[in-house]
Ligand binder design. Structure first.
Ligand code: AMP
Length: 399
């Protein structure tokens, strides 16, 4: 299935391997507060190191304007050393003498982290001169940062044009999972799209209706579709000005033979707060001063049976205000059902993007899905059908 070069296609022994990873981890008081991203890239780093490659890590961190000690990768490199249980060296710059000297001192198997690539404006500009300075430090380039692949920056894309380029293991796993979900999926394919607003997901919906067999629309964004169909949604979150757009998407879905599954009932409360009194209503009886905060029980049944009918599921966005009980019910029940179908071998389930990971964690089922992507923006752009520069360059680079 893989249509790009991977670590299976190169002998890294004694080579200087520039590895683009995503070390942009959340920090709290100078300490890494969530090491998930570090754990994810460990596999690639250890494999290259054990095969005798010199691992030279490149990453951005935050959005510094020039050199900024607060955006140094040094503390992240220390934590990465703990995660890897190996020594991780550090160079105070990603180009120039500091980087050259540190790389020159490396032995096969060593791991070195270079300072934040965004300390140089050439990174985000994908400046050829900056790319050349980075490239001079390595013999090959491995991209293991899917989460940054939607950006054509020097370290995420530019290097792929000047060095032999390969996908790292994390990138490879992500691309394989995504290919199974939308590029060459087993049909029927269902997508569940929720979240707050239609306006942030228009491209995504337009792309999906041409690719999937059924599309479940939930969350606040479903209200815009219901309103467009003449349902009174009371005080619910609703982008009324997008009603014509919603109708256009429904028309497109019909033309593409994609079944649209909208809520048929809704859980309504009068205050947006935890454990606010709430009740399920049919769509013809939503109170004028109420807010739809979750899909209702009949809608959950419909989502469950849609999942039963599917061989592949792609999911982005909660179907209700899942952070606040009891409005997490629809999301949790749908997630548990998808997880159970996956565990029993009936479903390939791929989820990702922003709040979706949090929602699946909340439901306690992330590890039961086939693949959960932690790459927010890149995952959404992939779902929108947009080519990701950091992936495209892996498909087409010279060897
Ligand atoms: P997004 O980032 O677009 O995926 O949106 C996720 C957010 O949508 C979460 O914070 C949910 O609480 C919110 N959300 C989902 N359903 C609703 C709803 N019916 N009303 C208000 N907010 C909602």
């Amino acid at each position: 299935m893989t249509t790009f070069r991977t670590l299976d296609d190169v002998d890294v022994n004694n080579k200087r391997v520039l590895v683009r990873v995503d070390l942009n981890v959340p920090m709290d008081n100078g300490r890494v507060s969530d090491a998930t991203r570090l754990e994810r890239v460990a596999k690639t780093i250890i494999e290259i190191s054990e095969k005798g490659g010199k691992v030279i890590l490149l990453s951005h961190f935050g959005r510094p304007k020039g050199v900024d000690p607060k955006a140094s990768l040094k503390p992240v490199a220390v934590t990465l050393g703990y995660v890897l249980r190996r020594h991780v060296g550090f160079a105070d710059d990603c180009i120039g003498k500091a980087a050259q000297d540190a790389v020159a001192a490396m032995k096969p198997g060593d791991i070195l982290c270079l300072e934040n690539t965004r300390f140089h404006p050439g990174e985000e500009k994908n400046d050829p001169a900056f790319v050349a300075q980075l490239a001079s430090l390595g013999d090959i380039w491995v991209n293991d940062a899917f989460s940054c692949a939607h950006r054509a920056h020097a370290s995420t894309e530019g290097l792929g044009h000047v060095l032999p380029a390969y996908a790292g293991r994390t990138m490879q796993a992500e691309l394989d999972a995504l290919a199974k979900a939308l590029e060459a999926p087993t049909h029927p394919v269902i997508a569940i799209i929720g979240g707050a607003k239609v306006s942030t997901k228009l491209d995504l919906l337009e792309n999906l209706v041409t690719k999937v067999d059924a599309l479940v629309i939930g969350g606040g964004m479903a209200n815009t579709f219901l309103h467009a169909q003449g349902v009174n949604v009371g005080k619910s979150l609703c982008e009324k000005d997008l009603a014509p757009t919603a109708l256009r998407i429904l028309d497109r879905a019909e033309a593409a033979n994609c079944a649209i599954i909208l809520p048929v009932d809704a859980v309504v409360a009068f205050h947006f707060e935890a454990n606010a009194p709430s009740q399920a209503y049919g769509l013809d009886a939503i109170p004028g001063d109420g807010m739809i905060l979750d899909v209702g029980p009949r809608s959950i049944d419909r989502i469950r049976s849609a999942i039963d009918d599917a061989a592949t599921l792609v999911w982005n966005g909660p179907v209700g205000a899942f952070e606040i009980a009891p409005f997490d019910r629809g999301t949790v029940q749908a997630a548990k059902h998808a997880a159970a179908r996956t565990k029993s071998g009936h479903l390939i389930s791929v989820a990702g993007g922003g709040d979706t990971v949090a929602a699946l964690n909340h439901a306690g089922v992330s590890s039961d899905f086939t693949y959960v992507s932690t790459a927010g923006g890149a995952f959404l752009e992939w779902m929108e059908g947009k080519p990701l520069p950091g992936v495209e360059v892996l498909r087409s680079t010279r060897n």
